[in-house]
Write a protein that binds this ligand. Structure first.
Ligand SMILES: Cc1cc2nc3c(=O)[nH]c(=O)nc-3n(C[C@H](O)[C@H](O)[C@H](O)COP(=O)(O)OP(=O)(O)OC[C@H]3O[C@@H](n4cnc5c(N)ncnc54)[C@H](O)[C@@H]3O)c2cc1C
Length: 338
């Protein structure tokens, strides 16, 4: 079986690695095989199946949870990719913030924690924080390290090429995993959703958990890496440009410092902008487009989390012709294609 993968982002590479592991002859096409233009380079790497999207599409919750369950084994097989299972502390600063965050905590059946219980777990949190909750199964990974490792696994099989016409590829099967670039190749309704993210650097150990918080109506998450980097994200804007903005950076920094004042001494090391591949129902598109073409795109806010399950489902589909019925809710057909 010869498989061509269009797109060498986190999804395309993971599919390529899985197909290779199962014996296929794989080629991945990307205009920048060693570049950093994909959403994965900006993404924080939260593995958070309980986020807001599940209110909008309940069957997505099942897919996200199944993906989360695969992560420990997937990460272990890759080696050291910054997979960290300390869990996530949801935190809220004001009474209004508590009211907003409590909806998510209730949905996830998490027990509420007081401000002092939160600071026992995470002493750097502001004494102004009123309430929170601990989500043990919401973990994190470093997407840049995942992509670096997948590139190693596929080394020699990634070609520098911007694919503009799928009929120009001569493989038995073509998998389109081109993130936001999938729309022009397939006609599927995938739109870019801009997100700004900061990377702060300081002494390791200020934070142990992922912090998912609300501060005066501003939603922010803080993802601490073992080396002292803290990723602060993210804005969400229906825009296609790649400009960081003063307002975006201000909102993120203000919320981050309101929740963890000690971050003010960190270096502001990076401001990056990426585009989430969004779909009309905010759920991914995974399935057959034609006899020869399979799509795996539109992973929106959860593409890192969904990486291992997408790789497995697509490899099953490509190699056996069928996959777990969980995939049925996410086919291109729901948008009138295929
Ligand atoms: C600000 C932000 C924060 C995020 N945080 C998280 C998070 O915490 N957790 C989480 O799970 N997800 C998160 N995400 C979402 C996640 O990054 C994406 O869902 C995921 O990267 C999608 O993977 P992908 O491989 O489909 O697309 P990408 O990572 O964007 O990669 C697409 C690749 O396709 C290539 N390509 C495009 N067009 C063509 C073409 N015509 N021919 C060949 N190659 C092509 C591009 O060069 C690129 O390399 C975040 C995203 C953003 C923007």
């Amino acid at each position: 079986m010869r498989a061509g993968i269009v797109g060498g982002g986190i999804i395309g590479l993971a599919i390529g690695a899985e197909l290779l592991r199962r014996g296929a002859d794989v080629t991945v096409y990307d205009p920048e095989p060693a570049g950093s233009g994909g959403a994965w380079h900006v993404a924080a790497g939260m593995l958070a199946p309980g986020g807001e999207s599940v209110f909008e599409f309940p069957r997505l919750e099942q897919l996200l949870e199944a993906a989360n369950a695969l992560w420990p084994e997937f990460a272990a097989a890759l080696g050291d990719v910054g997979y960290d299972d300390a869990g996530t502390l949801g935190v809220a600063l004001t009474a209004d913030d508590v009211a907003e965050m409590a909806r998510e905590w209730k949905h996830q059946k998490l027990s509420p924690l007081t401000g002092s219980q939160l600071r026992d777990r995470e002493p750097a949190l502001s004494p102004r924080i009123r309430a929170g909750a601990y989500a043990a199964t919401e973990r994190q990974v470093d997407p840049r390290r995942v992509v670096a490792r997948l590139r190693e696994i596929l080394s020699g099989r990634i070609r520098a090429r911007l694919v503009s016409d799928l009929s120009g590829l001569d493989e038995d099967v073509v998998v389109v995993a081109a993130g936001c670039g999938t729309a022009t190749l397939t006609g599927l309704p995938i739109r870019p959703v801009k997100g700004q993210v900061l990377r702060l650097r300081g002494e390791p150990g200020l934070l142990r958990h992922v912090i998912d918080g609300a501060a005066d109506g501003r939603h922010v998450y803080l993802v601490p890496r073992a080396d002292g980097e803290v990723v602060v994200g993210a804005t969400q804007e229906e825009r296609t440009d790649r400009q960081p903005t003063a307002g975006g950076v201000h909102d993120l920094l203000r919320a981050a410092l309101d929740l963890v004042p000690g971050l003010s001494e960190h270096e502001l090391a990076e401001v990056t902008v990426g585009h989430r591949p969004g779909t009309p129902d905010n759920a991914p598109i995974i399935g057959r487009l034609t006899d020869r073409v399979v799509v795996a795109a539109g992973h929106h806010r959860n593409g890192v989390l969904l990486t291992p399950i997408t790789a497995q489902l697509v490899a099953d589909l490509v190699l056996t012709g069928s996959a777990d019925p969980i995939i049925d809710e996410f086919t291109p057909g729901r948008f009138g294609c295929a």
